[in-house]
Design a protein around this ligand. Sequence first.
Ligand code: ADP
Ligand code: MG
Length: 313
Amino acid sequence: MPEYAIEITGLKKTYAGSGGEPPKDALKGIELTIPKGSIFGLLGPNGAGKSTLINILAGLVLKTTGQVRIWGFDQDVNPRQSRASIGVMPQELNLDPFFSPRGALEVQAGLYGVPKSQRRSDEILEMIGLTDKANAYARTLSGGMRRRLLLGKALVHHPHILVLDEPTAGVDIELRNMLWTNVRKLNEQGMTIILTTHYLEEAEQMCDEIAIINHGEVVARDSTRALLGRLDAKTMLIEPENALQGDLHMPDGIEFCPRDDGLLAFNYNRVTISAETVLEAVRDAGIRIKDVKTVEADLEDVFLSLTSSETLV
Ligand code: ADP
Ligand code: MG
């Protein structure tokens, strides 16, 4: 058994520029290990490099340099075994319109060399809720059904690792729930799950560990719990009676941030410091308070602050 599900070292990808565009460094030296048996989240804003990374794992995009080991198999040394260890549900709906769901699963199983006796198309169709559409023309399938079929295709060869690239972007709640139920079930059966999303909330609910990628680099990598600890950040905005003269000295844990609009912003962690403590510190600094409000860091804000920070690694 390998130590990690995935081991990535020094991974770089530069896309050649086309039509006068300069080359694009999509991945700038990724170092990442993903533990076996986890549900691992790969987060990052659009353009961060998530799909590039996943498509390299899937063998769909050629890396520029670096080493990728999948279930212990070096991609360059054991391409067949490394490919067999991973199933990928891509971001794009790339289904052949000429195949029915059952046909698509059978063809995919054939591509992976799964013998007929070991195929389980019916079981997969059942799981993705497409049993009654098994023989329907692909063009009669809704967008949600196509997405479910992509999940099914990723599973035909019983991979150790399942990767889902933005599985819930733009899907309705019913499909989202169905996907997550399936993902949890597969994980409980021992499958390692890697998913990308730019919904932090989704990662929060699903993932044991999270790596945040920005501009082709890993900017944070932690357990979900530890990352969420950073979500306890809160800001108090104070409108002073008089304009502030000079600098402000605050006790540990309260950070003063000057603003252009005349308001005074104080950042603090709501778990360790109460609003009352902040107010007292402000009064002790000689500020007369005209008005006050607190701003809860919303998930999107924190995500943005994580993806723009240089100091988190
Ligand atoms: P994400 O999935 O996080 O949104 P991508 O991996 O799709 O990010 O893209 C990372 C960067 O690489 C982006 O700047 C994107 O424009 C660029 N990129 C992705 N695919 C290609 C390609 N085939 N050719 C050139 N540039 C690409
Ligand atoms: Mg993407």
